[in-house]
Design a protein around this ligand. Sequence first.
Ligand code: 0RQ
Length: 504
Amino acid sequence: DPSRIRHPHFRGLVTDAASAVEQIADGDTVAISGFASAGTPKAFAPALAERIRSVRAAGGRLSVNLLTGASVASEAEAMLAEVDGIALRMPYQSEPTARGKINSGEMDYVDVHLSHVAQQVWQGHYGDVDVAVVEVAAITEDGKLVPAMSVGNNKTWLDVADKVILEVNSWIPDGVEGMHDIYYGTALPPQRRPIMLSRADDRIGQPLLEVDPAKVVAVVPTDQRDSASALTKPDAVSEAIAGHVLEFFQHEVAGGRMPAGSLLPLQAGIGNVANAVLAGLAAGSFSDLTCYSEVIQDSMLQLIREGTVAHASATALALSEDGLTELVDNFELYRDHITLRPQEISNHPEIVRRLGIVGMNGMLEADVYGNVNSTHVGGTRIMNGIGGSGDFTRNGYVSMFLSPSTAKNGAVSAIVPMVPHVDHTEHDVQVIVTEHGLADLRALSPRKRSRLVVDRCADPAFRPLLHDYLDRAEARPDAGNTPHILEDAFSFHAGLAATGSMLG
Ligand code: 0RQ
């Protein structure tokens, strides 16, 4: 499609994916586009997996270090993991094959705050980035790039890579041009300057990405939809959690800590709980809400359409099949209410703090004192990764964790005596919510926090066990500020391993 590749130099580089991946050598560090289900290069993973198979069949070796925005389309991740094509993975994944390889020790995984990725790569910790593979919507007359449905780390990948492969996807609606705000003002210290963004809808950058044409080695045309995010309908548990969150917002408004109507910019993780909270906002008395988050889910489109949300800023769209269709069919409407930014900016601690973001993320488990485990089942087995949850939790104005009180049909309690892996410490976690209730931990000492977390948030089946633990811990002569019995602190997890249930 000539209207997508408007510059003759780039038109001369058009080739197929099989030839493009010939540029990739064993041990290379390959940085690709993709954030959640949006913007993963479509032709790259199948072509690289095929090349890996043929190199191996000929007795050779080929695997790469794979850097991304966050999770990528799961079929792409799976294809590369299945052929053991990934030696090292960073910064986030959520795909079962890759997860299995990581947990069996076959794949190295470095779990990084999403706002830190670009600066860690600039600092050189990951060595040279040999090849960047970036999906774009178009190449303009002057050789600039119209970004796709996610931005992620693409600006950084294009800047730092030695060679660049561009996938130009003509499925992406033409109208996408102008929806992005690519900020080129970040640098390493001591050159750093303030980032002058003070509202969710501020534009501080430019709509297009830049690339040095001399680095571009291949341009691969594609025409494939983004993969869809699975969307589960809100159930009774997620609706109950949403109800507590909405009541909390009213309480904050009444206390003068949030403006009535518009609240403060909201950030919500992916999943049905976040979706239920957003859906609940539509029914409330809110208007002119803003969101400053990582991803935009289906429920956000509805809130924009209804006029409840005035503006949503993110780094990616993570939509279901229906959501993608709704977006593409009504692009003119959504483009004016959505800004996609690099993940350095969507998750930037400076901005999260300045805007006063209300962070709402999921968790695996919390302990009675408010430490949260988001990533490691049983303390050892990776689930997904910390993602952006740390960026928003540490720096948010209000930091909330939302979760069902139990998992695995009631065998696992989300409230435990001590978490066996800590992603978010008691200093960062302000509010915990389950379907049973909400515990506001602000200004409470550890001994007061623990009883509140148990009584408000734990499933009633686990409350006697948790109170018994706390009674015994507090009765010890050396109980201290944060009472624990180290020999018993993981009794819930040990019970689960031994009997299949934390109830023992
Ligand atoms: O597994 O489906 O196999 O049973 O974990 O749990 O309850 O569906 O919740 O989808 O929100 O995931 C922390 C993983 C929660 C997620 C986590 C099992 C449970 C189920 C999923 P099954 P739910 P969610 C950034 C946002 C970190 C990254 C982040 C996450 C599966 O929220 O990855 O916050 N967070 N990104 O059965 C064993 C437990 C368990 C458990 C749940 N205690 N032990 N298994 N599960 N609790 C910001 C953005 O803007 C996007």
